[in-house]
Design a binder for this molecule. Structure first.
Ligand code: DAO
Ligand code: DAO
Ligand code: DAO
Length: 205
């Protein structure tokens, strides 16, 4: 295995392999404008996927295409989301003063807009099911590690510092979460491009 990768602005470090088989495809930074004025760095993140799953489920269809062709294939994105490939987004908290209330508000905005985009209007219940996993007394100080994993069967599993806090089976929720990082309007464009590049690399090997 290779060395960990460090996000340069925050110094947060990400292992190159997670859970024995998921490989790091890209890292980035989630920022947020507060009071419309100043940007705070909220967390650094790393996107992981199981490369054996990717090869098994996607390479037959895509192996012969060039990297540029792959990036233009909208279908590949669909197939990646539809196939049962194990993936994880790891978040490492940078901003040390996050309250649970501001976390809830932020993902009602970010995850909520994706649930509406992919699922239509009536997703309040799903969003509430997700946010109710996070109890008011949880602390997420700087350096906390939150893993959002998509396991077999479209189960979204959340762990905080290695402790499982809940899991929800929902394809729509999985898709909405991953869309934040590798969808059409990602938090960090460079991270998404790295993920694409590395996916192409795995498919062509
Ligand atoms: O304290 O007003 C403030 C700024 C808080 C910004 C909150 C952004 C939260 C983003 C979601 C974090 C998920 C772990
Ligand atoms: O960055 O806007 C965003 C959304 C991130 C979704 C991640 C949710 C993680 C929840 C952890 C809560 C801990 C109390
Ligand atoms: O549906 O918007 C969404 C989220 C899924 C994003 C998947 C991105 C896959 C990137 C394609 C890789 C090309 C080599």
């Amino acid at each position: 295995t290779s060395a960990p990768v460090t996000e340069s602005k925050t110094g947060m470090s990400f292992p190159s392999v997670l859970k024995d088989s998921q490989r790091l495809l890209g890292i980035g930074l989630r920022k947020k404008a507060i009071l419309g004025l100043k940007n705070i760095d909220v967390y650094a993140f790393g996107v992981y996927a199981d490369d054996a799953d990717i090869k098994k489920l996607l390479s037959e269809k895509y192996a012969t295409l060039s990297t540029e062709e792959l990036k233009e294939r909208k279908e590949l994105k669909e197939d990646l989301m539809e196939s049962d490939i194990s993936m994880t987004v790891r978040l490492q908290i940078v901003y040390g003063r996050l309250s649970i209330r501001s976390v809830r508000n932020a993902f009602e905005e970010s995850v909520g807009s994706r649930l509406r985009k992919f699922g239509g209007s009536d997703n309040k219940e799903l969003l509430e099911r997700f946010t109710s996993q996070f109890k008011d007394d949880y602390k997420i100080p700087r350096g906390s590690i939150i893993d959002l994993s998509r396991d077999q069967g479209y189960v979204l599993r959340t762990t905080i510092d290695g402790k499982e806090v809940g899991s929800i089976q929902s394809k729509l929720l999985c898709r909405s979460i991953f869309d934040l990082y590798i969808g059409d309007e990602p938090f960090d464009q460079k991270a998404k491009e790295d993920v694409q590049q590395n996916l192409a690399f795995i498919l062509q090997k």
